[in-house]
Design a protein around this ligand. Sequence first.
Ligand SMILES: Cc1cc2nc3c(=O)[nH]c(=O)nc-3n(C[C@H](O)[C@H](O)[C@H](O)COP(=O)(O)O)c2cc1C
Length: 213
Amino acid sequence: MSGNQSQYSHHDKRITLAFTGASGAPYGLTLLGSLLAADYQVFLLVSSAARVVLATEEGLKLPSGPDAAHKQLVEMFDCDPEKLVVCGKEDWFSPVASGSAAPKQMIVCPCSTGSVAAIAHGMSDNLIERAADVVLKERGQLLLVVRETPFSTLHLENMHKLSAMGVTIMPAAPGFYHQPQSIQDLVDFMVARILDHIGLDQKLVNRWGYDQR
Ligand SMILES: Cc1cc2nc3c(=O)[nH]c(=O)nc-3n(C[C@H](O)[C@H](O)[C@H](O)COP(=O)(O)O)c2cc1C
């Protein structure tokens, strides 16, 4: 990270969010917007394949350079520039690369089966894999919003291995009992479940058994 992005001033609420190359860019963008709106400082990591998916699914051409991507996303979400830190693929000096500085929570959304495999085997070959490895070794909270269908035995074994280590595996599988009227309603369902898991009070979707939005 360089340029005019935030230096790492202390924030109470810090989280790492990674977009990888599974289908589901709308989940990632809605989640990012929700975290920024909730005043989190978000350390955002975007894989090369995720940029292809963002362009394909959302028509969003995110530059590969972290500073240019930061500028574009700050404008898009109209957020405080300090609240968003976009990290490069091999920015080993980023706080997320070290247990001494990394946020204790990390979400990979959407999460490809390739990234599941790399995380399950501690590859740490790019900053997303390293950040996940750090959260695991520090016994933090790691959520993987995996999307593929069907799953192979290999996918299931990798997810089982991570689940046994305390990782939350959240397949991108929205329900229909909230009677969605739009694609965004389905996206909101998934994002609401993710926010529930990190302990953030969400107003995107009614809670089961409650009436009010
Ligand atoms: C438009 C598009 C959709 C994709 N959807 C999925 C998917 O749903 N699940 C998956 O595991 N991989 C999917 N892939 C393949 C991954 O992007 C590919 O395996 C990539 O190497 C993952 O790398 P990453 O985990 O570093 O982002 C998709 C690729 C593209 C271009």
